[in-house]
Write a protein that binds this ligand. Sequence first.
Ligand code: ZN
Length: 213
Amino acid sequence: MKIPENAQKFIDSAKADMDKHGICYSLIEATKISYLGEESENSMVNGYYDDDKKELACVVGKPFMQWFEVFIHEYCHFLQYRVICSELSKEIKEEDEERFEDWLAGEELSESERTIIAKHLVDVEAECEATVIEVVKIFGLEDIIDPAIYTQKANAYLYFYAVLCKTGNWYDNAPYEIPEVYSICGSEFKDDYWDLPEGFRDLVNEHCYEKLE
Ligand SMILES: [Zn+2]
């Protein structure tokens, strides 16, 4: 699919904005990348923003509609750190984030500790998702990203952290790419992402993890 004009305009503006702040961005011809480095298979993602490394990455080896949403999401993390200067994103301690990532990579972390960290991560992500909706409206991108459906997908992602916190297993297939999962997640943002919609956990188990042989 050819990139629509309004989307291209937004992408150009986002790139210029990141250039101005010295952020290195890469649009990668792949369908997944690892954010914990080559060795870790438990961290395959569609994109990430790393404020310390001043780096944004997004895979573009997928249909435009799919990667464009990821690109906006990661760009909004950049906005949180560099433009909005959100207190939430500053508060999250690097050390905590690392402990959570180490736990995903197999190290010990008690359930109560990881719940505290995960809730904070969810707060940062929820603020990011709300910013996405703002950006979609400001740039007139509603014909590409329907705010109500995007919010369902965002909710699915935010609810996923409660599952992650129990299992320690990052998804194989993103919950926001699976209609069976995100369609039950509501089209308004929530106050509590630990109060899962009925059946969410089962749907995630069924659709978001590759079956082991
Ligand atoms: Zn995010």
